[in-house]
Design a protein around this ligand. Structure first.
Ligand code: NAD
Length: 260
């Protein structure tokens, strides 16, 4: 199957690093016009833009904090102006926050994780659906996490925000389905990116992590990006309201291979 997304207008939040960059590249390779947001490291955004330009792709980069609804609105208005709207939204921007047990964490840090992972995703989805519903087509894909399902000590805001993202996906899918718009989630397991560098760059941390992954390796951002392209394409035209887990078997709970 050769998936093509020519004429599709896509937006990827947090596109200048990790999984976001891989998704930007995969969408562009499939022929879509791709806008992406970045929050820090403008130089990384510029490198990605330059690569896309050299490949003859149509692309836009915008600096934006997704937890700021005014900034989010401006991103969509920029796409309206340039391309007349949007067909694909990838809510990828996210943060896990500092590790802290719930009785030790400070409220502003806890709240910030929610504001980015859940509120940010909602602001973007709401702006996207305002445009997709009247045009009777489009796909919203939220990059969730295995922690939508697996509890994670020290990261209660992260895990709870991703679980909430799962229900947001289901509810928005229910609202949008009669208008021909699909809403989906994609939940990665451990993917080698800057977000978890402290774990995979430490031999002990890596050993512990690999014990949790039946396929016995970290995933690559491209393995998430390939599936993202399939999910937003017509190859997945009958799929909505679900989060697809791409985790090397992590949610198969490998410890149970030894009894239970
Ligand atoms: P990353 O740190 O490389 O990327 C996160 C991106 O989000 C960055 O581009 C960052 O600038 C952006 N971002 C953070 N706060 C933002 C804000 N307020 N406004 C706008 N952008 C903001 O890490 P990644 O692994 O590529 O993460 C991408 C997504 O994948 C996240 O939602 C993360 O939760 C999810 N995820 C990652 C893994 C993994 O193992 N890497 C596993 C499960 C889920």
């Amino acid at each position: 199957m050769n998936i093509r997304l020519e004429w599709k207008r896509a937006l990827v939040t947090g596109g200048s690093s990790g999984i976001g960059t891989a998704i930007v590249r995969a969408l562009a390779d499939a022929g879509a016009k791709v806008a992406f947001t970045y929050r820090s490291h403008p130089e990384a955004a510029e490198v990605l833009m330059e690569t896309l330009r050299q490949e003859g792709r149509e692309a836009i980069s915008v600096e934006a904090d997704v937890s700021d609804p005014t900034a989010v609105k401006a991103v969509f208005e920029r796409m309206d102006l340039a391309w007349g709207g949007i067909d694909i939204l990838i809510n990828n921007a996210g943060m896990d926050g500092e590790r802290a047990l719930s009785w030790e964490t400070d409220l502003p840090s806890w709240r910030k994780v929610f504001e980015v992972n859940l509120f940010g995703a909602f602001y973007c989805a709401s702006e996207a659906l305002k445009r997709m519903v009247p045009q009777k087509g489009g796909v919203v894909l939220g990059i969730s996490s295995v922690h939508e399902e697996i509890a994670w000590s020290g990261y209660s805001a992260y895990a709870a925000s991703k679980a909430a993202l799962g229900m947001l996906t289901k509810t928005l899918a229910q609202e949008a389905a009669p208008h021909g718009v699909r809403v989906l989630g994609l939940a990665p397991g451990a993917i080698k990116t800057p977000i978890n560098r402290s774990v995979w760059s430490d031999p002990k941390g890596l050993e512990d992590l690999l014990r949790k992954i039946p396929l016995n390796r970290l995933g690559e951002p491209e393995e998430i990006a390939r599936l993202a392209v399939i999910l937003v394409s017509d190859a997945a035209s009958y799929l909505t309201g679900r989060t697809v887990f791409v985790d090397g078997g992590m949610t198969d709970y490998p410890d149970f291979a030894h009894g239970g």
